[in-house]
Design a protein around this ligand. Structure first.
Ligand SMILES: O=C([C@H](O)CO)[C@H](O)[C@H](O)COP(=O)(O)O
Length: 209
């Protein structure tokens, strides 16, 4: 089980600070969508240069022009990039093809998806990794990631990442379900002590192995 640190709605300086505090603890550094929109692919390149050995995810949230955007992310040094599940089959397929060529990975973001038919299509298209994700705007309505959501992905054989306002107090029940990746943003990046928070969360995750 891996811990992915999501860097969202932060300045470049704040991102660099949180990374320097948590780099030994987190398994994957996610450059968030808003951060990429603010600073561009140059920032993904900068993080790759500063941390050559870390796994980096560019949260591109691609929904069209898949080939181009996947290349952009991988050329900048990302190991993984995200693509929205509702995108056309052509977009999903193109991004999977690009990833295969360069031996990198696509994470399909299931944000707002409720169709099992689409899940079956994603499987047929060759998707391997999905993220069960409750978005920021849903979170403001009181909806956070909860373990009932796992039933949506059960039975397809996908690797599963989970995201959406996961905190230290809600982490233990998420860990019980043994997802492949737990994505944590604000709970670490907005913590007064990001290192201690990340350390505590990692320790909870290690109870499951
Ligand atoms: O992907 C995310 C969101 O859509 C904003 O771009 C976040 O990275 C993800 O939700 C994790 O962050 P938290 O919800 O703050 O834990």
């Amino acid at each position: 089980m891996k811990l992915q640190l999501a860097l969202d709605r932060l300045t470049k300086e704040a991102c660099l600070h949180v990374i320097s505090e948590t780099k030994e603890i987190v398994d994957i550094i996610e450059i968030g969508t808003g951060v990429i929109k603010e600073y561009g692919m140059a920032f993904v390149r900068e993080i790759r240069e500063k941390y050559p050995d870390k796994t980096i995810l560019a949260d591109m949230k691609t929904c069209d022009a898949g080939k181009h955007e996947a290349k952009q992310a991988f050329d900048a040094g990302a190991d993984l990039t995200t693509v929205m599940a509702f995108s056309s089959d052509a977009t999903i397929k193109d991004t999977l093809d690009v990833a295969k060529q360069v031996e990198k990975q696509i994470m399909i973001d299931l944000l707002e998806l409720s169709s099992h038919q689409r899940m079956e299509e994603l499987k047929r298209l060759g998707v391997e990794l999905v993220s069960l994700h409750v978005g920021k705007d849903q979170q403001t309505k009181g909806n956070h990631f909860n373990t009932e959501l796992f039933s949506f992905v059960n039975g397809y054989g996908f690797k599963v990442a989970v995201a959406g306002g996961i905190r230290e107090d809600t982490l233990p029940e998420v860990v019980e379900e043994n997802p492949d990746i737990i994505i944590v943003g604000s709970a670490i990046s907005k913590s007064p002590h990001p290192q201690q928070t990340a350390q505590h969360m990692k320790k909870i995750m290690q109870t499951r192995g």
